[in-house]
Each structure stands twice: as C-alpha cells, then as structure tokens.
Design a protein around this ligand. Structure first.
Ligand code: HSE
Length: 311
C-alpha cells in the first residue's frame, strides 16, 4: 500500500473565532506553521522520535500528542497496523492561540494519507484531525483544524454532522497577528465560558457572524470591521492577556479593521487592507506588548489558501 518511505509536511497556523465566530470560523495564515516528518519503521507502532521548538513541553506518548493521536485515529478507522516514526518541529508557541495543536494534528494526518497512499479526501481526514485536537483542548471544535487543513477562510456551519464551508474573501485582506509570549491553555480558557447565553447576546453574536461572512463575500471592508465583535468568549478571556487593551488600541489607532483575540489567546489579530498598513499595525501592536514587559512576535500574512503542503 505504501509507496513512500518518508514524508515531511508543513501545516499552517490559523486564527479561529475571528471575533463573532466562536468554534465556527477560522482562517489559515501563511506563517508560522508546524512541520511533521513521518517515516515507516517496519514495525507496528507509532513512535515520536523527536520534538523540537516546544521547549520540552510536549509529551512523547503517542496517545497524548495531537499529531500522533490524529494519526492513530486515522489508522484505527482503517484497521491499519503500520509502524511510523514521527518527528515534530514546532514553529510556534504552545498555547499561543495560533492553532499550534491543530497544525500538528493536520500535518500528521495529511502526511499519513500521502505516506500510506490512502487517497482520502480532506473531508475524510478532518474527523481525525479533530480527534487529535481534542487531546489539547478537551473540546470538539474544528475552527483551527478545518482552516489548517482546507486553507482559506472556513465556516463550520454545524458539527452534527460536521459541515465545513469555504468562504471567499477579499484577496487584498491582510492579517497581522501579535503573539505576546505567555501561554494560555485552551482547555482552561474554555472553562471560563458560560454554558448558557442570554437571548440578547445570541442575537448580537448571530448578527455580527452574519455580518462578517457577508462582508467577506461582498468584499465590504467596513462591514468586516464593524462585525468583528465577540460578545461570548472575549469578554471572559480578555483578562488573561495582560496587555489586551493596549494591543487593541495600538491596532485601531493605526488603521486596523478591528482587532480581537485569536482563538483562546494570547495572540491577537487584526485585519487591514494593505500590506504596508498591516506591517505598521504589527509594529505598534508589538510595541504595546514590549511596553507591558512581555516578549512578543508579529506575523503579517494574507489568508493562506493552500493549507498543508509537502516539503
Ligand atoms: N474556538 C476555540 C476556543 C479555539 O476559542 O476555545 C481554540 O483555539
């Protein structure tokens, strides 16, 4: 069945929630992203041989790592007992809000599909990437794995069954993300959220979510900007980011089309309509991070329309 002996794949970081789209919207970035290398080992077990770039934080137990848990879910479904050695190069912070666990899960299943010549579609790979992501977030959500896998801007219309819709977007939309180097565990950030949402909040959130999708499809930057408001997660989570207000103000003062938390944070993202503006916004956001005594990183990128690629 297998044709290749070894394969290396890059899968991109992603911004999830995108303001009003908690657990249902996300888009992929060109950079950063994780790399995962798989090699057939002639045995019947999945073994993590090496992890770099994680500062020693990630487990080598294949059941506890998002990349290998995703691969194991895939092999189990097809009753395949194939030994694979795995090397994971983390190129972004753990618990950064950039979909780091999702990128590794996606890279793992995408690489396994190619290595074993399974010819599965991305839709068929998705459930296994979600199973991998579950290891880190303890929740079933696809708003990082779906954009990392499919590329582009993705709406998850529903989970039962999963319904992933790719949304067109203006090609001159630039994203700036700033990562203040602290760690926020998604599972802990999810615990802050209320189980129930009052009707008024549900209406406001649905209005903004619909506005954002309409703004993207009609390339209406003003509508995109005024729709990036989150009434559900952000009010509970902003306090986890020490320089939240400062970053947001810096982005808005420099012409950002709004600014919000990326995933469960601490990374924050903003949109703008030119690369020059996006870089200027990035410098201002980073200054706000540094002023608060933290280290930070900025990335400026168009929306990545490819998803994972073989290296
Ligand atoms: N939608 C998820 C959350 C994304 O906000 O908890 C986590 O990266």
């Amino acid at each position: 069945m297998a044709k290749l002996k070894s394969i290396k794949v890059f899968a991109p970081a992603s911004v999830s929630n995108v303001g009003p789209g908690f657990d249902m919207m996300g888009f992929a970035l060109n950079k950063p992203g994780d790399e995962v290398q798989l090699s057939l080992n002639g045995g019947s077990e999945i073994k993590i041989k090496k992890i770099t770039g994680d500062g020693g934080k990630l487990p080598y137990d294949a059941d506890k790592n998002t990349s290998t848990a995703a691969i194991k879910s895939l092999l189990k479904k097809f009753d395949l007992k194939i030994g694979i050695d795995v090397v994971i190069n983390k190129k972004m912070g753990i618990g950064s809000g950039l979909g780091s666990s999702a990128a590794s899960a996606v890279a793992g299943v995408f690489a396994a599909n190619k290595l074993l010549n399974l010819k599965l579609t991305k839709h068929e790979l998705l459930e296994h990437a979600i199973a991998g992501e579950f290891i880190a977030s303890k929740g079933i959500h696809a708003d990082n794995v779906a954009p990392a896998l499919f590329g582009g801007f993705v709406l998850i219309r529903g989970y039962d069954p999963i319904d992933v819709i790719q949304i067109d977007y203006p090609k001159d939309l630039f994203c700036t993300v700033v990562y203040p180097e602290i760690e926020i565990k998604t599972c802990e950030a999810r615990e802050l959220l209320d189980e129930n949402v009052p009707l008024k909040i549900a209406i406001a959130q649905a209005g903004n979510a619909s506005g954002l999708i309409t703004g993207l499809l009609t390339k209406n930057f003003d509508l995109i900007s005024r729709s990036i408001i989150d009434h559900i997660a952000e009010p509970k989570r902003a306090k986890l980011i020490p320089c939240y207000d400062e970053i947001r103000n810096a982005a808005l003062k420099n012409g950002a089309l709004n600014c919000n938390i990326s995933g469960s944070g601490p990374t924050m993202f903003s949109f703008s309509d030119s690369e020059v503006k996006a870089k200027k916004i990035g410098r201002a956001m980073l200054k706000a991070v540094v002023r608060s005594g933290l280290k930070g990183k900025i990335y400026v990128s168009r929306i990545n329309d490819k998803g994972p690629i073989v290296l």
